[in-house]
Design a protein around this ligand. Structure first.
Ligand code: AMP
Ligand code: MG
Length: 266
């Protein structure tokens, strides 16, 4: 599958990656049964993750506006037990958050043992929007790539599997999706005129993403670039990676307490 796993230090050219790619699949029908199977498998594995209580999974989602972060969460997590998942959406930092280091709010949201944590946007905003708009001086954001690598190493050293997905849509696809937000009453609420300002900075964002992928794809926490124009394909490849990651954790139900065999419930 042409989902791209970025190698440490690898330079990615996003405009060379086809956002319409659907790998070996030709249409939604072919993928639908596989996605359903992955969603069921994820539910089973999450149950063991929770019972095992020793490790956790962090899923980081980044994309341009209308890139499909919300839709991915809705679809992929449709089978899991809500008790074992925590979604955190990172917005513009509050005054309080700004009065701390940039990872303060992020670390608090990291998943506890046994949990799946999902970041809808993340600490990467601090080298994306912040870099594009110079919200802090260059000498401050430049150091953040190292800070991020250290932070993610701390997480993985502590039993957190970190999966980072960039949902790669084309600029044309973004235009269509933003237009849909204008056209469909039930989507109007999602339209944010500010998104058009960010859209005008598309190339700057692409560059910022490329630098983040290059600098922050160590072996313990690589970026995955997901062709995401086709939602069904995006969902399928992400669910595939999540199942794979959970399988790799080698999770086990805890040993039953001794003497369970002899207990009689009257
Ligand atoms: P949305 O995801 O549509 O709710 O929008 C959230 C907004 O918050 C986006 O415009 C992000 O770029 C912005 N945002 C998130 N994190 C940060 C950050 N650390 N600094 C500045 N803006 C941020
Ligand atoms: Mg938005």
């Amino acid at each position: 599958m042409p989902i791209i796993k970025v190698k440490p230090g690898e330079k990615i050219r996003l405009n060379k990656i086809d956002a319409d790619d659907t790998g070996q699949f030709h249409n939604k029908q072919e993928a639908i049964a596989l996605l359903a199977k992955n969603i069921r498998r994820m539910a089973e594995l999450q149950n063991v993750l929770y019972a095992d209580g020793g490790q956790s999974l962090l899923i980081v989602l980044q994309a341009m506006d209308a890139g499909g972060k919300d839709g991915t969460i809705r679809k992929i997590m449709s089978g899991v037990n809500p008790q074992g998942v925590r979604v955190t959406s990172f917005k513009k930092p509050t005054e309080e958050e700004l009065s701390h280091d940039f990872l303060w709010r992020v670390h608090k949201a990291a998943p506890a043992r046994g949990m799946i944590g999902i970041f809808n946007r993340s600490h990467y905003e601090d080298v994306l929007v912040v870099r594009v708009h110079n919200l802090v001086p260059k000498k401050v954001w430049q150091k953040r790539y190292d800070h991020i690598n250290h932070f993610e190493k701390l997480l993985t050293d502590n039993g957190v599997t970190v999966l980072k997905f960039y949902l790669h849509i084309s600029k044309e696809e973004q235009a269509e999706r933003l237009q849909e937000r204008l056209d469909r009453p039930e989507k109007n609420w999602k339209f944010n005129p500010g998104d058009l300002k960010e859209r005008a900075l598309w190339d700057d964002y692409m560059e910022a993403f490329e630098v983040a992928f290059e600098k922050c794809s160590p072996k313990n926490a690589p970026w995955y670039i997901v062709p995401a124009n086709k939602k069904w394909y995006r969902n399928l490849v992400i669910s595939e990676k999540i199942v794979e990651a959970l399988e790799k954790m080698n999770l086990k139900y805890p040993e039953p307490a001794e003497g369970l065999d002899n207990i009689v419930i009257e």
